[in-house]
Structure formats: structure tokens, C-alpha cells
Design a protein around this ligand. Structure first.
Ligand SMILES: [Zn+2]
Ligand SMILES: [Zn+2]
Length: 348
């Protein structure tokens, strides 16, 4: 089979790999949809080879893609009927740890005390026809959901859902969502479905237009408006009850902090970079709570899928581009511009 590998400096390659065979506790997932996530751009752009955002050492060629969704096509000898059955529609919780530490036992295998494999980064991912994973990483894909929706839930949409749950967002809240890339747009869509009033921010007019279609009540372009002033103007001078930064940019994080009212909650999900806060006015005087949220547990991934089914949320609409693997170069070049929507590779 062929798999996409990132070479760094905006280069990638479709390389030949042997079709994988399952070990005793493993399964093979025949990939039907493999999403493109914002964090892939970090690996795609990395200079001097693939950096890993503190996710462990990368050795050798690793197939990219950490939003896997497909069908179980082979099962190892030690995998029981209840763990995986041939033909089952599945997502993959894209991490594997020791399986026994406190984090693994609560479904947070990305935080494994012994270190974890991150599929698509330090272990072979889903930008290929087949993917080999331990059976315990599988999360059922409800019949109502498409493979593309399952792919989105396997990272971008699941990350937005996990953050909103961590923040305890309610229908009475106004939330500012900074950045309307795939995670931010998902947050807009999910927060609206939870009943919240959403203020969406992005520097791309195209992305702001989509945010409105996805349920944003107001949109702000920080390049033409003072974003903190604009948020306050929409909230009787108080600031938003909650803000979620998905941009990972220091200005975006500052906007989230300064655009949030006293006693409010700010959550950072954008990866990398840094931010400098003026601690007394930005934090202490406002009694602000700032939390970091890294993706989601296996349990929350399944919860997100059920939420999407129960509220009939059109997660598929996130995807503006559907690609074949052979178009990977073009797909990532377009995504790299960060003005379009989300892309997904669909396997025939
Ligand atoms: Zn562990
Ligand atoms: Zn991701």
C-alpha cells in the first residue's frame, strides 16, 4: 500500500509500505476516511525533519494522518469478539499507552505515564489504505454517522467537544471562539448546538462567512476591528462569559483572556507557541480561570459521536475538500494557506 509521509519544509511523499498484518492484540482498520487536522500543518511545515510538538521521538518514516475512520478488516488471534469484529465501523482513539496506568485506565492513553504512541505522528497513521492498531484504541462509529464525520470526531471536532465539556459551557453563556479553522468552526457549531451564543473571530473573511453558516451569532475580524473592544461591545461592556482559543497565536490567546469577563473561563486548545500575560489586570483582578485542554479521552470521543447523532449536527459540512491519497501534495498545499475549510482523504 502507499502512505503519505511528511518530509518537512512543506514537502510530502507517497511512499510504498507493506500491507500490515495484525499481532495478537491488534486489528487492521481498512481506512475509509482520513481527516486533515490543523496540527498536521506543524509537521508538514517543520524545518529540519518532522518535529513532534513534545510528542516523543520520531524514528524512520511514519505514515501521517491522525483522524482515522474505517472498517475492521482483520483481527489478531488474541482479540475477543467484544473488542472487535470483522466489518465493524470504527473510529480510532489515535493514541496507545501501557493500558494499565491511571491515565490509560481512564481512557487518557495520550497521557500514559510510560509514554504513548501518537498515530500519524510517532506511529503509522491513517493516510493509507490500512492502519494497524491495538484493539483497545477502537471507538464505535454510530450507524447514523458517515466515515468523514467519524474522521473529524477522531481529532478536530472531538477536541472542540472535549474543550467545551471541560469549560462546562451552558446555554446561558456567551462564548468567544478565537480562530475558525477546523477546530474553531467545530467549536462554533457544537457550542451553538449546546444553546450558547457564539462570537466567532478569524482573520479570514471566508472562514467568518462559514462561521455564520455554522451558527455564530456575531463575527469579528481582528485585523479590521479591535477584537477585545468588539467582544465587549457585544456583551454590554462585560466581555464574554467564556472564550476558547483555537488559533495558538499569542495575539489570539490575549484576545481570549482580555475579552473574557470577570469570573469567566478561558480555554486554550491551539498547539505550540507562547503567550505573555499582564498577570494582575489580565488574571487576578478578574478572578479568571484559564484551562488547557488536550484532545479528549476515548470515553469523550464516544460521547461526542453520540452528541452529534442526538442533535443531528451536520459535521460533514466542515469538509470543503474531499481528496484521493494521490492528491496529497495539492491537498496539503491548499490547507497550508489556512483560509479554506477542512479536507479529508476518502479511500475508494
Ligand atoms: Zn499508561
Ligand atoms: Zn489533530
Amino acid at each position: 500500500m502507499r502512505g503519505v509521509i511528511f518530509l518537512g519544509e512543506r514537502k510530502l511523499q507517497l511512499a510504498e509500505f507493506p500491507d500490515p498484518a495484525p499481532g495478537p492484540d491488534e486489528v487492521i482498520v481498512e481506512i475509509k476516511a482520513s481527516g486533515m487536522c490543523g496540527s498536521d500543518l506543524k509537521f508538514y511545515r517543520a524545518t529540519g525533519g518532522t518535529s513532534s510538538l513534545g510528542l516523543g521521538t520520531v524514528t524512520g518514516r511514519v505514515i501521517a494522518g491522525h483522524e482515522p475512520c474505517g472498517i475492521v478488516s482483520a483481527v489478531g488471534a488474541g482479540v475477543g469478539e467484544r473488542a472487535a469484529r470483522l466489518g465493524t465501523r470504527v473510529m480510532v482513539h489515535h493514541y496507545s499507552g501501557c493500558g494499565h496506568c491511571r491515565h490509560c485506565l481512564t481512557g487518557w492513553s495520550q497521557m500514559c505515564l510510560g509514554g504513548s504512541i501518537v498515530y500519524g505522528v510517532t506511529g503509522h497513521g491513517a493516510h493509507a489504505r490500512y492502519m494497524k492498531v491495538p484493539a483497545h484504541t477502537l471507538v464505535p462509529l454510530p450507524d447514523e454517522l458517515s466515515f468523514a464525520t467519524g474522521a473529524a470526531i477522531s481529532c478536530g471536532t472531538g477536541t472542540a467537544y472535549g474543550a467545551l465539556r471541560r469549560m462546562n459551557l451552558t446555554g446561558g453563556d456567551t462564548i468567544a471562539v478565537v480562530g475558525q479553522g477546523p477546530v474553531g468552526l467545530s467549536a462554533t457549531q457544537l457550542a451553538a448546538a449546546m444553546g450558547a451564543r457564539v462570537i466567532a473571530l478569524d482573520v479570514s473573511a471566508e472562514r467568518l462567512g462559514r462561521a455564520k453558516d455554522f451558527g455564530a451569532d456575531a463575527v469579528i475580524d481582528p485585523t479590521t476591528d479591535d477584537p477585545v473592544g468588539a467582544i465587549k461591545a457585544l456583551t454590554r461592556g462585560l466581555g464574554a462569559d467564556m472564550s476558547l482559543d483555537t488559533s495558538g497565536a499569542s495575539e489570539g490567546r490575549l484576545t481570549a483572556v482580555r475579552g473574557t469577563r470577570a469570573w469567566g473561563v478561558v480555554c486554550f486548545v491551539g498547539e505550540g507557541g507562547s503567550v505573555t500575560l499582564d498577570v494582575s489586570p489580565d488574571l487576578l483582578r478578574k478572578q479568571l480561570t484559564i484551562i488547557g485542554s488536550w484532545t479528549f479521552s476515548k470515553v469523550v470521543q464516544a460521547d461526542c459521536a453520540r452528541f452529534v447523532v442526538d442533535r443531528a449536527i451536520a459535521v460533514d459540512h466542515l469538509f470543503t475538500h474531499r481528496w484521493q491519497l494521490a492528491q496529497a501534495d495539492e491537498a496539503y498545499r491548499l490547507f497550508d494557506r489556512q483560509t479554506s475549510g477542512k479536507g479529508v482523504f476518502l479511500m475508494e
